[in-house]
Design a protein. Structure first.
Ligand code: OGA
Ligand code: MN
Length: 321
């Protein structure tokens, strides 16, 4: 028998319904919306190691579409158990080797299915300890992930909180004229990992280097460009959301440079309003599962000498519409 891949092994090993002590009783699960927050619900009484009932996964999918992020408390999983749980909700995001993303490996041209997000040198220190500005994962790819999960293993004493932004609320709060104006616009978000690689070639000590926020037509194009709608429709709820990261290099298609950069700057300022944002204070054992189609997320910096390790699984999504 040939060796199984990690994902096949995960599903092979996962508990099944007939194992009574490994079956999650749906009646034990409570989904509690966060009060007074822009988005989010906490899920109690669910052990993600266990086999889940169909009605449970359906309920969680509906809750995700409604609350945009789900927070599972007090989990204790190895990578295989984590993969088995995450893949109830869809296929693992596996970009092709022509599109670099966070944690792309030199040997394969793709990221691992479980990405360590850490500041420990050589152990998944892709994002270091600095601030991460509000973004949607993989927005610059042809087929961005529909959602991701982050599982907190080790946390710093100070900082490192992650915020999520409700971009449906942000869209809804725009005035009608702006909505009408932007509804049919297409946006290119340039791949920051191409820019990072290029900066490193030019100057190995450059770190992340400088990113323009908007590309004017006389500026070089960095990497392949994939236009997606600026206003996205959620595939299940039908709600519209503003799909724009706040700091990446972007460009509106068929739009005047100056006017486009001003419009994008205005929308970005709007997105950053506190009423659209929920800041998560992590506890170890938390898993946050977010809908990447209708949220942004960001991270506060934390001291470099304090360790932080989360594990991320991203799920494949369809072409944005
Ligand atoms: C990510 C990410 C935020 C964090 O892994 O996609 O944005 O809090 N992480 O580390
Ligand atoms: Mn991210």
């Amino acid at each position: 028998m040939t060796a199984l891949t990690q994902l096949s092994q995960a599903i092979h090993d996962a508990p099944r319904w007939h194992q009574a002590d490994q079956f999650q009783n749906p009646a034990d699960i409570q989904i509690v919306p966060l009060t007074g927050e822009a988005l989010g619900a906490e899920v109690y009484g669910l052990d993600a190691k266990k086999a889940q009932a169909g009605e449970t996964i359906y309920r969680l999918k509906q809750a995700l579409a409604e609350h945009l992020i789900l927070i599972f408390k007090q989990q204790s999983l190895d990578d295989l158990q984590y993969l088995a749980f995450a893949s109830y909700f869809g296929s693992i995001f596996r970009p092709s080797a022509d599109t670099p993303v966070l944690a792309t490996q030199k040997e394969t041209g793709t990221p691992p299915d479980v990405v360590p997000v850490s500041n420990a040198v050589g152990q998944g220190d892709y994002t270091g300890h600095g601030e991460l500005t509000p973004h949607a994962d993989h927005q610059w790819t042809p087929l961005p992930s529909f959602g991701s999960l982050l599982y907190a293993i080790e946390l710093p004493q100070d900082g490192g909180q992650t915020s999520w932004y409700n971009t449906i609320k942000a869209y809804d709060a725009l005035d009608d004229a702006t909505k009408q104006h932007i509804d049919q616009l297409q946006l290119i978000t340039y791949n920051p990992f191409v820019r990072i690689a290029q900066n490193k070639v030019q100057d190995p000590s450059a770190g992340y280097g400088v990113f323009p926020r908007y590309r004017f037509k006389d500026q070089p194009i960095v990497g392949d460009a994939y236009a997606h709608p600026l206003v996205r429709v959620h595939p299940e709820s039908g709600r519209k959301a503003l799909w724009l990261s706040t700091h990446n290099e972007v460009e509106l298609v068929n739009y005047d440079d100056q006017a486009g950069s001003e419009l994008i700057a205005q929308l970005r300022e709007h997105l950053l309003k506190p009423e659209f944002r929920y800041e998560h204070q992590w506890s170890t054992g938390d898993i946050v599962f977010w809908d990447n189609q209708v949220t942004l997320h960001s991270r506060r910096p934390f001291p470099s000498e304090q360790r932080r390790l989360l594990k991320r699984i991203s799920l494949a999504g369809g072409r944005p519409f």
